[in-house]
Design a binder for this molecule. Structure first.
Ligand code: MN
Length: 168
């Protein structure tokens, strides 16, 4: 799943369930379906599975304080013969997403793998592969709606109820 998270800075938390936990990356510019984009993805600590369904407001001063939207959800499968866990450990994971917004083939590459700088070592790139789902006109700003409640960030922050009609 992907959570849009307005904390100190707006970012998107990209999470893949691997070996019973959510391997997680914070993507400042958000994911893209445009193959020309290479999106910085900072690996953060694994999160428990039940965190992935969360949407709402985390009080300021707490870990992750701010507004959280469940921006996308679905399933994924690793590509090739190697397990997702082994690809993750090797610093390059190729996978196909079956989300509501993100679909098709992607790669996450740890560009800082050999760095002794701990911040640099956590740097990955999230890149869309060319396929029938790729979208050169991808515009994140048009996708500010929750797959859970159809609310936008403003409505979530204000504690508004879920929308009844689908959008997007
Ligand atoms: Mn976050």
């Amino acid at each position: 799943m992907v959570q849009k998270h307005h904390a100190t800075q707006l970012h998107y938390d990209f999470r893949l369930e691997i070996d019973g936990v959510l391997a997680s990356w914070a993507v400042p510019k958000g994911p893209s379906m445009n193959t020309a984009d290479k999106r910085l993805a900072m690996q953060v600590e694994d999160h428990p599975l039940d965190y992935g369904g969360f949407e709402g407001t985390i009080p300021e001063g707490n870990y992750g304080g701010g507004t959280v939207m469940l921006w996308d959800r679905g399933t994924f499968e690793p590509e090739g013969e190697t397990s997702a866990a082994k690809q993750l450990a090797a610093g390059e994971i190729k996978f196909t997403l079956h989300g509501e917004k993100l679909r098709g083939s992607f790669v996450l590459i740890n560009t800082g793998k050999r760095s002794s700088d701990p911040r640099r070592a956590r740097q990955w790139l999230l890149i869309k592969h060319r396929d029938e789902h790729a979208d050169p006109k991808w515009d994140l700003d048009t996708l500010d709606w929750s797959v859970l409640t159809r609310r936008n960030m403003e409505e979530i922050a204000a504690g508004k109820p879920a929308r009844k009609r689908a959008r997007g």
